[in-house]
Each structure stands twice: as C-alpha cells, then as structure tokens.
Design a protein around this ligand. Sequence first.
Ligand code: GAL
Ligand code: ZN
Length: 669
Amino acid sequence: MEKRILYGGDYNPEQWLDAPDILEKDIQYMKEAGINTVTLGIFSWSALEPQEGEYQLQWMEEQINRLYENGISVIMSTPSGARPKWMADKYPEVLRVNPDRQRILFGGRHNHCYTSPVYREKVRKINTLLAEKFASHPAVILWHISNEYGGECHCPLCQKAFQDWLAERYGDIEKLNKSWWTAFWSHTYRSFEEIESPSPRGESELHGLTLDWKRFVTERTADFLEEEIKALRAGGAKQPTTINLMYDFPFLDYDRLSKSVDIVSWDSYPVWHKREDIETALDNGMQHDYMRCLKKKPFLLMESCPSATNWHKISKLKRPGVLAAAGIQAVAHGSESVLYFQIRQSRGSSEKFHGAVIDHSGRDDTRVFKEASALGQGLAGLGEIVGSQVKSEVAMVYDTQNRWAMEGAMGPRNEDLHYHEAAMKTYKALRKKGLNVDVISETSSLEEYRLVVAPMLYMFHDGFEEKIRGFVEKGGCFVLTYWSGIVDEEDRCFLGGTPYGVMDVFGMRRTETDSLYTGEVNELCPAAGSFLSKTYECRNLCDLITVEEGKALMSYGKEFYQGTPAVVENKYGEGLAYYVGADAEQGFYDDFYAHLMKQLNITSLVAGIVPEGVEVSARSGDGADYVFVQNFRNAATDIRCMKLEGQILYGRNMEELLPYESLVVKAGK
Ligand code: GAL
Ligand code: ZN
C-alpha cells in the first residue's frame, strides 16, 4: 500500500443516524479536506447494544462500507469507555466505588470497575462480535482500545484483587511489612486479607501502600486492556492495536501500559497563546517525545483540536496557521498521523462547543475547514516520511513511578517540587540547540546515548545505580540533579549516603537539602577554573554537597552554606559525570549544555543557528533525512542563519517563515 500519513479523526455518525443528508455531506467534506482516516465507535455502545444482548451493527456496517467506498480507512474502537444505562441499572457492580467507599451513580464516562466479572464479560462479548463482523473489512486498519484509560475503583472486588496482587508481589506478609515500614505508627499487618486500598477516611500516609496501590491500578488497567485485546483476537482481528494516552498523565504508568499494545497514540490539547507560543510548543514537543520513546518507534497523534478546546478554562481560538503547525509538529516528533477530535461537531451535550473540522454551520468555507483542507493537501506530500525514525544521541529520564514516589513523599517541598518544570528546563536547553531528545523512563536502555540527563531522580528502580555506573564507565556522560537517588522502589530511604550507589561516580555526597520558600532565591557562582563564568539564580531546592573525588564547578552565593559546592564534575571510567545540586534558572542549563555539546562533540541537526521561537526536529529514513523547521512566533522569522539545504517537501522557501509557518526539507544522507 502506498505510504500515507493518516489524516482525519474521531467521527460519531451514531449522533446523526436520523440525518442521512448530513452523513452524506460529511463524506463529501472529508474527501474535500483530504481526510483519509476516521475513528469510529468510541462511545457507541448504546447504539450497538440498545438492550442487553440485542445487537445492532447494521448502521456501523453501512458507515464503514460508505467510508471505504470513498477511500477512507477506519480505526475501529471498542466501546468500553462508556457503558449503557441498562447495564449500570441491572448490574450495579460495573460502576466504580470511590476512595470513600461510595459507589457512584450512572453518568459521565470512564467510570467502570476494571475488575467486575460482569463488565469484563459484557466487554468481551461486544469486542468479539465487533471483530467477527468488521475485522476482515478492508477499511479497518487499526483497533483503538477503549478511550483514554484512567481512574481507579475501590470496590470489594478490586480490594480482593489488590490483596492477591500484593500476595504475589511479596510472598509473605513480613516482607510487605518491612518494605512498607509498617512498624511506624503501629500499622503492622498480620495477613494480606487485612489490607485495604488508600482512603482519605483511612490509611493515606503509608507511602509504600500508596505507591503499590498506584502500581496495582496500572496493572489492573493493563489486565483489563489485555482481555479486551484477547476478545478482539478471538473474533479474528489481526490488525495492530493502540490506546490513546493523555498529556503528562500522572495516574497510570504508561511505560507499563504501553507494553500491552502495538502502537502508542496520544491526545494533544495544548493551551495556545497564553504564554509565548514557543514555550507551549516545546512543552507539547516533550510529550510527543515521551510518547514516541515508550516504544522507541513512530506513534500516532490520535486526537487534537482543530480550533477551540471547550474544556480549557478559557477556550481560545487557535490563531490562523496554528492548526497546521500543531499537526506538522506531531509528524516532526515521530507521529504518522494527524487526527482530530472531532470531524463533525456534536449538536448537544458537553462537547457541543468543542472545535471540529465541520462546525454547526455545516459549511466547507469556514476558516477552520479551509485550514484543515490545506493541511490535508500538505500532508499528502509527506507520505514518504512514514516509517522514518527520530534518532537521538541525547536522552532525558522522566519517570512516572519516580514522580509518584517523589510527589507522595512528604519531603522538602510539599507545596510543589516542580518536577515537570525541572525536566522542561533541561529539555528546552537541548531542543533550543537543535537536538532531537529522547524522553525515557528508568526501565529504558541507556546504551545508544552519549548524554543522559536525569533531573530529580528521587527513586532509583532496583539496580538503576548500576545502569548509571556502567553507562559512565563505558564513556557516557550522565547528568544527575538535586534530590536524586534518595529512596528505593518501595520508597524506603537508602542508608549510607546519597545519591545511592553512585557517590563515587559523581565524586560527591549529598549531606542535606535546603528548601527555599516560594520566591526565595539563592545563587550559583562560578568556581575558579570552571567552564561556567556567570552567576545564576536558583530556587526551590538546594542540595548541600561534600566533594570527594570530583571538582566543584559552582558554589552557593548565599545562606549559611555560601561558598560550598553546588555543581560538581567528575571523570569516572571512560566517561563524565555531573551533579547539579540546585534548581537553577534556564540560563544555567542553556550555558551548561552548550558546553557539554562542544565537549562531547554532539552536533545540531542543522549546520547553522536555530533562531529564537523556531523549533527544529529531524527524522531519518532509509535514503534521506527529513528536517522540520517550525516558526512558533506570531511574526515572520528569517531562517537563513540555519543554513538549510535540500529539497522542500512542505513549505515555501528556506529564507523566511511567516507566523506559525512550517518547512520540511529532505536532505540526502
Ligand atoms: C479527549 C477525549 C475525547 C474528547 C476530547 C475533547 O480527552 O478522548 O473523547 O472528549 O477529549 O477534547
Ligand atoms: Zn472495582
């Protein structure tokens, strides 16, 4: 099949079955806009099974046939994201119980119990049926499992499953008591049957319990997901599977969940025009990179908004050009689709004002429709990019389980640890220099990288210290920051000094950590002979450090620890290790990584300089590299300083980009 970037989005014909003229028009408009793919069936359960066991798949079949006849592919969803009313009424166990142990009422979506045998059976049946009916249809290219998995259930069935999971994990209760440190406050358990999930009405301060509960919620979700897939396979489905993930989602460990599907996809809804657009773009870019690295291969942009996102606090219109910029940005970071929520705007209920390709006017001459069509045309010229990879010599560790542990820990700053911001500072510094950046978890291999940065890696997964050591020993450069290597996988503090197991690698020891009040500032001052020569501000957290083998590059400018080391460099094995002891301002990271790039001879994706407000990325194909240059400024930008060369696949010229304009250049290898 000819390579093409999937273009289209969520489509909900079940809302319009009594309006055949509208359904007819939709197809015509889709073709006009260059739409080649739609996602069907996400919330269709009550249309597919209006009464228990009474299935109506005819309408769906007609839709799929018609789409296919018009050259449009289908991503077929399982409907488990929202169940019909009859099911909730007849089998209350399908509804979730909240942490207060209260069963919630029918309503909303995504509120089903992942353990309920009834719910699992109902999902199994309908999934198998959908597969039997549609898996062999040539239009169907991918299975989209449920929608944005999330949330947790505290019902008795889930409690039992949690106890069983713990019994399996720990083997005996003594081991659990030791791991969770339950002797503290007399919280010792005598058997697994005594354990309950965390609750604001009960146990909420046993960090080992909270952490394991979060792990269990991910495992339960993964188990449910795997059963959904099994049911599809039983019905004959052979296509790959995907789940749509969410922005910086803290409730599931995507690193684990993504293992259960073939392709990662995600839903991107940035808040544009509230701060500098390049800031929003970089923040969104980091998420793209995170999603790509879950499987270290191309992903899909499953949802994005063509205009205003109505669940934002203020639903601002995207300025002209931003629709295309956001779509191209996804492709630049490794997506093989640009898909929207939604194709046709719904008429009632809570998303009636959510942006769509076709709005309530039902016209194809709206600003949004015209922009969507132009992008459809542009993407049609980028088909050859499909299958190419985003390659990077640089990685940043951004780990969900670390975040759970750190944010739940009652430590130095309970108000806000600023983990996301800390990661963003590193990410931005590297991206502004024109580097692709992988965003990985602690479970990823480090082998392919030359520079790895781990901001605030509070929790070391079992053996992570050895991974760092091996990496540096063999010649890698590792940057670790403040508040790292403090606890083990069960959130128990390491004894004998931190960062645990790698003090000799970094040539230093953390002795204490000072927390600064919000707004309070300390300084990082260059030490004699340091490659850094400026003074920078730092905030929030300052590690107090004793230098052993290493060399201090910066020291604190204020407080009782004025003059003591804050940034340390150490040569270890064949490599280099840096410890950055405080939450420094952006300028520090910009200068620090500029030096490291030179030192390590890591070069930018472009020969020249990346101008302010411009994002650059690259994908490598078999015979060519594809360089993406995007202007996220609301002003024309001269890009001659980038010294681009090659053939233009998308865009106008290599001299200047208009506001939000993008350029894709194909360069020979
Ligand atoms: C997503 C969801 C979609 C739609 C969209 C609106 O989170 O998956 O079904 O609700 O938000 O932005
Ligand atoms: Zn439950």
